[in-house]
Design a protein around this ligand. Structure first.
Ligand code: ZN
Length: 219
């Protein structure tokens, strides 16, 4: 059982992490239970830095969004799902997934933290709504997970944003910019040194085996 102070500390740590990801006060309130006035006072001493604008509404948005938005939305929710499946609480899973998304996708990031929150809420029927609007389905062709209308089954890759990105990659500079070809990792000096050592020890052990068998075969 968490004590009251533990729960409050957890809520504050989560609120701070959400604010660092660019969350709106309303989103922070939903995720942590922190009253809006308290969130404003603690997290946004500079009132000009308070994120503003209309809250996202993803169930309509997603199906009309362009390919890159749909791909990145699917990446965020797939990362969130993995952390939820590993038993992380929903709020922490969302922050972890969002940070991971920012780390692996090229800027500009098309999915804001509030959008990620809204997508996860409408996938799990959580925080904002009891209704599930999305399912995370697996493409039968490329095996990527992508968001689809709730209850859909992916029988083909017709709606898979990743298959479409691959088809478009050669001719669309925007797609190339969003998912640049990563250079192959060049082994570091340490890794090369390890390789040499491994080869030597492997070579010397076979050498020894060779020597002993040679000596055995000697009359
Ligand atoms: Zn696919």
């Amino acid at each position: 059982m968490q004590s009251r102070v533990d729960r409050q500390l957890r809520a504050l740590a989560l609120a701070k992490a959400c604010a660092a990801c660019g969350a709106r006060v309303r989103t922070i309130g939903h995720l942590t239970g922190l009253p809006p006035r308290e969130a404003l006072r603690l997290l946004f001493p500079d009132r000009l830095a308070v994120p503003r604008g209309r809250s996202p509404d993803s169930p309509e948005w997603y199906h009309g969004a362009n390919l890159l938005h749909r791909a990145e939305a699917s990446i965020v929710v797939a990362l969130y799902r993995r952390l939820r499946d590993a038993d992380f609480p929903a709020g922490e899973a969302l922050v972890g997934a969002y940070r991971h998304y920012v780390g692996i996708c090229q800027p500009p990031h098309r999915i804001s933290f509030d959008r990620a929150f809204d997508l996860a809420a409408h996938t799990d029927g959580l925080w904002l709504t009891d209704t599930r609007s999305f399912s995370l389905v697996t493409c039968p062709t490329c095996h990527s997970e992508f968001l689809a209308a709730f209850g859909s089954v992916a029988r083909s890759n017709d709606h898979c944003p990743f298959c479409k990105l691959v088809q478009r990659y050669g001719t669309d500079p925007r797609v190339q910019g969003a998912f640049p070809v990563q250079p192959l990792a060049t082994p570091s000096a340490e890794q090369l040194g390890m390789l040499v050592l491994l080869q030597r020890s492997f070579g010397s052990s076979t050498g020894q085996a060779g020597t002993s068998s040679a000596s055995e075969s000697q009359p």
